[in-house]
Write a protein that binds this ligand. Structure first.
Ligand code: FAD
Length: 508
């Protein structure tokens, strides 16, 4: 344990148990069935926990492969090489306690997650800022960042509005939302009176990672995420990544785990509507239907709104859920992912993962041929590189190829050697399925429990009473949904962990 973590522990920066779990039988004492709609992180987390407790669980996933926004699928390049394409680079942060506990089912030591050294932020205007090599725990990480960062000098701290910065240190699950949810992240950042460079290099990169523009993101959500990623955990900003594609490393073994415990996982089966049946439910699909006592809807926000709209029974059984859908179902801005297979490589000292500041489109660059086994092999064989570019909050209605071309051109301004690379092949996608965290959206954000008995929600847009985000929120809400079912049926619940639930300077 590092010194910063020892001190962090003394001030409560450690994993906190939000639910101790237990309280029931290791297997439910009578037959219980459940249908989970959606086979992404949220749905599969629910399925893992339910299947282990003897619930007869069936996962229905609309896509041909599992994983949703962490999905991976087979692909063949023009030269005949088999590759696995993916939904895009993901950072597995170390404070993702609940997601990691699910992943421990398939690899108890999590050896398949390899540390990604460094976390540089690139800019065409300013020198690179390095985030990865900070002491892990607060306040040492914050103080080191302030002391080391070329973007923020001591005199900047004097001109900064320190009162405006206080909310970043006082995150509270109710007060923060009551006071800041109606304001935008942009207003909050402006009120700090930071120099433009510090704002761009330290804060904007951070807010883009949540698939929302600062101008349309709740300031409260930004404060919550600042706490979750920087100030509330003893693990630091460093992260890990699988050394294989997500299908091989995660989805195939997780699916086998569920099936070994008696669960069923069906891909290519979309739920089309939900009906009430006695005290339970019937989930309709194009080819049939699945009755179940409990249903967990673990789909992305637009899909949830579509499913609720297609299910008239829910207007009566879950009027609160139905009322929340028009706003909740509107996703955040589109995001784009473009993977390039190139002749030639970038400079040897380029980092595996790089955030990008203040380019019009490009938000991150990942060197897959230095990250995952299959692209690594392709690179060793061809001398080429596999470069993935992301844009997290794009303009609407721009085709994927156009966004990919813009990102590639912007990369040239940061890494001039990419002008010399020949792109052999490119896979580009754009979609909009990420939850929006618009100002004022918190009070109506649905939670895991709905107003209908036996119907639950899970996903990265669903509210939690403790800090969480992205993959970790999906896993945490998936486990919470499973726990509700287990408690109702006499099964032992799964423990739930959180980073420090409140800010370092939050009043009790
Ligand atoms: C490019 C990109 C990069 C990202 N990087 C990171 C990162 O670095 N770190 C991080 O923590 N998070 C990251 N995220 C966010 C992360 O991917 C999501 O938070 C998480 O995967 C969401 O999981 P989920 O299960 O809640 O939803 P989803 O993954 O959207 O899963 C929902 C599933 O439901 C299925 N479905 C929808 N409708 C139906 C239906 N009617 N019937 C059956 N199935 C249906 C969908 O096909 C999908 O598989 C990134 C996301 C993207 C897009």
């Amino acid at each position: 344990m590092q010194l910063s973590q020892v001190f962090g522990r003394l001030i409560g920066v450690r994993p906190h148990q939000m639910d101790p779990g237990g309280g029931g039988a290791t297997r439910v004492p009578h037959p219980v069935d459940a249908v989970v709609v959606g086979g992404g992180i949220a749905g599969m987390s629910t399925a893992v926990v339910l299947a282990e407790r003897g619930v007869e669980v069936t996962v229905l996933e609309a896509a041909p492969t599992l994983g949703g926004r962490l999905g991976a699928w087979p692909d063949t390049l023009a030269d005949g090489t088999r590759q696995v394409d993916e939904h895009g680079f993901h950072a597995f942060f170390r404070q993702y306690y609940n997601w990691r506990n699910i992943l421990r089912r398939i690899d108890p030591t999590l050896r398949f997650l390899r540390p990604v050294p460094g976390y540089p932020v690139l800019s065409a205007e300013w020198p690179t800022e390095e985030f990865g090599r900070l002491p892990p725990a607060p306040p040492a990480n914050l103080l080191t960042l302030l002391a080391r960062s070329p973007s923020l000098r001591l005199r900047d701290l004097r001109t900064m509005d320190r009162d405006a910065a206080l909310p970043l240190l006082t995150y509270h699950p109710e007060r923060t939302y009551a006071e800041f949810d109606h304001r935008t992240a942009d207003e909050l950042l402006t009120s700090l009176r930071l120099p433009d460079r510090a704002r761009a290099m330290l804060f904007e990169v951070f807010s883009h990672s949540f698939f929302n523009h600062e101008a349309r993101m709740s300031a409260a959500e930004m404060i919550a995420q600042f706490h979750f990623y920087l100030l509330g955990n003893p693990e630091g900003l460093a992260f890990d990544c699988p050394d294989e594609d997500y299908a091989t490393a995660i989805w195939q073994p997780l699916s086998r785990h569920v099936e070994r415990h008696g669960g069923h996982v069906h891909t290519g089966v979309a739920a089309t509507a939900l009906e009430r049946e006695g005290s339970g439910w019937r989930v309709r699909t194009a080819d049939g239907s699945y009755p179940a006592r409990h249903v967990v809807l673990a789909v992305d926000p637009p899909a949830l709104a579509d499913l609720v709209a297609a299910s008239p029974a829910l207007a009566e059984a879950a009027p609160g859920l139905a009322a929340a859908m028009p706003a909740y179902g509107r996703p955040g801005p589109p995001y784009a992912v473009a993977r390039h297979w190139c002749d030639g490589d970038v400079a040897a000292d380029r980092a595996i993962f790089n955030g990008v500041s203040r380019q019009a489109t490009l938000d991150s660059v990942t060197l897959y041929h230095r990250l995952e086994e299959e692209p690594r092999r392709w690179s060793a064989h061809t001398g080429g590189s596999v470069i993935e570019l992301h844009a997290y909050a794009c303009d609407p209605d721009v085709p994927a190829d156009e966004l990919a071309a813009r990102m590639w051109a912007e990369l040239g301004a940061l890494w001039p050697e990419t002008h010399r690379l020949r792109v052999r092949e490119r896979r580009a996608r754009v979609e909009a399925k990420a939850p929006a965290f618009t100002p004022g959206s918190h009070p109506a954000r649905p939670g895991v429990r709905t107003d209908a008995a036996g119907l639950y929600l899970a996903g990265d847009g669903i509210r939690t009473d403790f800090p969480s985000a992205l993959m970790e929120r999906s896993a945490a809400t998936g486990i919470l949904a499973a726990n509700h079912i287990l408690r109702a049926e006499g099964g032992a619940a799964e423990p739930i962990l959180s980073v420090r639930p409140r800010g370092l300077l939050a009043r009790p």
